[in-house]
Design a protein around this ligand. Structure first.
Ligand code: NAP
Ligand code: HSE
Length: 434
């Protein structure tokens, strides 16, 4: 074999460890497919003494990942540390400026600085590859960048965070608490170093921002995303939704409308049996609507060492084969300026949970307010007082609406609260008809 592709890996945690595992197990297979031998020659992490289950004694060690990025002994810098800022950003910039290809799984970095980094890569004639950054082992980047080039994409949406999907699934199936399942997801290596990125919806937003750019050929725009996490979703909401034929999923949704692009991340009720509703646990699913291909759904493990490392390996082999494209599908300077659809353009059904004062006329008052706002009800569940021994002056009142505009829904809920019909703030979850 004529040449060796020399890799420098910064970050030897969940994903970095997974990459070392795959190369150790499938080195020959990867070399045969790549056409060249791929070899890790240098690494960096915080703690040199940590036992990582791999013999690193023959590799060059750098305490400073930026120094690794500049090391002439590597051809490709693989950034698996995470974080939107330094050292990840400085290291990636250093590698690109030094004319090295970069592979990263860091969606936070891409969502904040993706377009600038892509421009830098193109100026230096090197690749910026990031298959592992969105939806773990699912090859959605390649699908959008290559497989669907003959289509105009109108919508891309899906479950893009394994931690949240794992939490919501375990809460639904096992009745376990949010906090308990989150700890388990962390132990399994699914969660971000700071798990508020997962449960707060920010990680999904980072991924959505990247997919939106690829799908619609626009500049990455994280700030335009309306973000809501799953922290407020209760076991009761999950049970109510299930009784009414729905599951609750954290979805990222991007739609190209005439008025501009709509991007949002929020917990969503999806009808049981519809696409993505059966995607449970750590699995992710991404649906793309192309004008010629129609609907396409890709499903697979969205987090964890080996599925994510599998995506990193596909980037490595692409580089070895000389198969690399502009990072966001078109040259970064040709990305169109992002034009946002007006806020609140969303139209759809809503799940609403009210803690209604249990007194005559309360339901009628709520119904009147909804009618004033021209909101039509699909179904209603009123639960009686739950505990005999702890009498409540309120009763949970759950309703599902037919499609309506979000502004009307918000106005109605504000009025219900203002008029004193409820004991706590109403909870509202969007319904997506898929
Ligand atoms: P992780 O387990 O926390 O590992 C992070 C690694 O980076 C560790 O080896 C750590 O060193 C090293 N590191 C952190 N700060 C450093 C610094 N300042 N200098 C040198 N090394 C530093 O994280 P991970 O889960 O592997 O995630 C890595 C990246 O992949 C992130 O961008 C994440 O968003 C992305 N990602 C993760 C998954 C997943 O399922 N976990 C899936 C897709 C994408 P020590 O080991 O010495 O502490
Ligand atoms: N924390 C992320 C998740 C890792 O749970 O999906 C994969 O990007």
């Amino acid at each position: 074999m004529a040449k060796t592709l020399r890799l420098g890996i910064a970050g030897l945690g969940t994903v970095g460890g997974g990459v070392l595992d795959i190369l150790a197990r499938h080195g020959a297979l990867v070399a045969a497919r790549a056409g060249v031998k791929t070899e890790v020659t240098a690494v960096s992490a915080r703690d040199r003494k940590k036992n990582r289950g791999h013999d690193l004694s023959k590799l060059m060690w750098h305490d400073d990942p930026v120094a690794l990025a500049a090391d002439p002994a590597i051809d490709v810098f693989v950034e698996l540390m995470g974080g939107e800022g330094d050292p990840a950003k400085a290291a990636v910039e250093t590698a690109l400026k030094a004319g090295k290809h970069v592979i990263t799984a860091n969606k936070a970095l891409l969502a904040h600085h993706g377009a600038a980094l892509a421009r830098l890569a193109e100026d230096r004639g090197v690749a910026l590859n990031f298959e592992a950054a969105v939806a773990g082992g699912i090859p959605i980047i390649k699908t959008l960048r290559e497989g669907l080039v003959g289509n105009r994409v109108g919508k891309v949406f899906g479950i893009m965070n394994g931690t949240c999907n794992y939490i919501l699934t375990k809460m639904a199936n096992e009745g376990r608490s949010f906090a308990d399942v989150l700890k388990e997801a962390q132990a399994l290596g699914y969660a971000e170093a700071d798990p508020t990125f997962d449960v707060g919806g920010f990680d999904t937003a980072h991924k959505l921002a990247v997919l939106t750019s690829l799908a619609f050929g626009t500049e990455v725009n994280l700030k335009a995303i309306d973000i809501e996490g799953i922290e407020q979703v209760t076991l009761e909401d999950i049970r109510n939704a299930s009784d009414m034929g729905y599951k609750i999923k954290l979805l990222g949704v991007a739609i190209a409308r005439e008025e501009g692009i709509e991007q949002r991340v929020n917990p969503t009720l999806v009808r049981k049996g519809s696409p993505v509703s059966d995607t449970d646990g750590v699995f992710n699913a991404v649906v793309v609507k192309g004008d010629f291909v129609g609907d396409l759904m890709l499903e697979g493990r969205g987090a964890g060492a080996h599925p994510t490392a599998s995506a990193v390996l596909s980037d490595i082999v692409d580089l070895a084969r000389g198969n690399w494209r502009p990072a966001f599908g078109v040259p970064a300077r040709d990305l169109k300026p992002y034009r946002a659809a007006p806020q609140m353009a969303h139209e759809g059904g809503f799940y609403v949970a009210l803690e209604l004062h249990d007194k005559p006329g309360a339901v009628a008052a709520v119904a009147r307010i909804l009618a004033d706002e021209k909101i039509s009800i699909e179904s209603i569940v009123q639960r009686g007082k739950i505990e005999k021994d702890t009498p409540r002056a309120t009763a949970p009142f759950i309703l599902i609406t037919h499609d309506t505009v979000e502004t009307a829904m918000r106005a109605a809920l504000a009025r219900i609260e203002r008029d004193g019909h409820v004991a706590s703030a109403p909870r509202m979850i969007r319904i997506e008809r898929l």
